[in-house]
Write a protein that binds this ligand. Structure first.
Ligand SMILES: [Zn+2]
Length: 373
């Protein structure tokens, strides 16, 4: 076990929650403060970064903070240290504490904020509420001399090609003859310069997601014996790696909206919730969007939700929900705190697999600004 560099930790984090799946324009995600070019022994995981959280990081000996809410959300026009925000940045920099933010990419990620909320509410048969990311499958068809077909198939599958659902190493081959003539300046693997050549070849076809195209091509060119391998590569009208915001699923058993509100309070550990709808109505299908889900009431309704759980519900949006017959339970924005335990445990597991010795500490600071009287 070795202490990792900050970049190694973030590489692992992004293998799970990559920046490209963020679903808000100009979401200020990634390294916000400090540097990752240093050895890390302790990481503090938090929903928000405020001065008490910075003190906690200092007191607990953390060199890196992973936060859900970006600490610098709007562009700075100055860096004064006599403002609350400036004082916070000064403290973090003086104590060499880096801050990395994973915002809407962590909302979308599998096992991210919305899955963690759906876990807490014990939703089953879970689906994505609003698709925000997908890739298209690509197909590679390559012509390989028979004796090298296995080598190429293995290399392609090692690069991640040929994965379909719970199967890997999927490919299809047909036998045929390749014909070619090497010209002056060529260094042919088979045949002579200026002579027509005919050789037994296999056509190997594999699919892969667009995002690994370069990796697959590199593996192909390394494994193929020819100087100029012949291949076709094209995009298919088949979606893959579909991800999105919010989740929708069903309760273990139907209950009244009033009982469901109690279930939310208990499951998400909040003292009270705001409710829109008839509290005697039976609910079973639940949509959830962590944080501010005002924009998604119609998605929730369209997807057939009986009740929508989200925070920061505006007065007029609540009235709109009422008019389309969608029940709402608003437990507040702070329920996103579920990410603290979720991210710490996920990262512990990823680092353990890579034999990296680093501790993930769950912040104990309560960053909920509201008190309920
Ligand atoms: Zn949030």
């Amino acid at each position: 076990m070795k202490n990792p560099n900050g970049n190694e930790i973030i590489q692992l984090f992004e293998s799970w929650s990559p920046k490209k799946i963020a679903c808000m324009e100009n979401d200020p995600i990634g390294l916000a403060i400090g540097t990752l070019n240093k050895e890390i022994t302790k990481v503090l995981v938090t929903l928000d970064v405020n001065e008490q959280v910075a003190d906690e990081a200092i007191n607990k000996g953390c060199q890196l903070i992973i936060a859900h809410h970006p600490p610098i959300f709007r562009k700075l026009s100055n860096l004064r240290t006599d403002t609350p925000a400036g004082k916070l940045y000064e403290k973090l920099i003086k104590n060499d504490i880096a801050v990395y933010a994973a915002h809407t990419n962590l909302d979308v990620a599998e096992g991210g904020v919305n899955d963690l909320l759906a876990d807490a509410l014990k939703l089953k048969n879970r689906e994505i509420l609003e698709k925000t990311y997908n890739e298209y499958l690509m197909k590679l068809a390559v012509f390989v001399p028979d004796d090298y077909a296995d080598k190429v198939r293995v290399a392609l599958s090692k690069a991640g090609a040929g994965k379909i659902g719970n199967y890997d190493s999927c490919s299809f081959s047909t036998n045929g003859q390749g014909r070619f003539r090497a010209l002056e300046g060529a260094n042919p693997f088979i045949g002579d310069i200026g002579e027509m050549e005919k050789t037994d070849e296999e056509k190997i076809e594999v699919v892969f997601p667009h995002s690994i195209k370069n990796k697959v091509l590199k593996a192909l060119l390394n494994a193929h014996p020819y100087e100029e391998p012949a291949y076709d590569i094209y995009t298919l009208a088949v979606e893959t790696n579909i991800m999105g915001l919010g989740r929708i699923g069903t309760l273990q058993q139907p209950m009244t909206l009033r009982e469901f509100a109690e279930h939310v309070k208990k499951s998400l550990n909040v003292p009270c919730v705001r409710v829109v709808g008839n509290t005697d109505e039976i609910v079973s299908k639940v949509a959830v969007v962590g944080g501010d889900g005002n924009k998604y009431i119609h998605s929730a309704k369209r997807a057939g939700a009986d009740v929508f759980v989200t925070g920061d519900m505006y007065f007029h949006v609540a009235q709109d929900a009422q008019s389309i017959g969608l029940n709402i339970v608003d437990p507040g924005h702070h329920v996103e705190k579920v990410m603290i335990k979720g991210v710490a445990e996920k990262m512990e597991q990823l680092c353990l697999e890579k034999k990296l010795a680093v501790q993930f500490i769950q912040s104990e600071i309560n960053t909920e600004p509201f008190i309920f009287l």
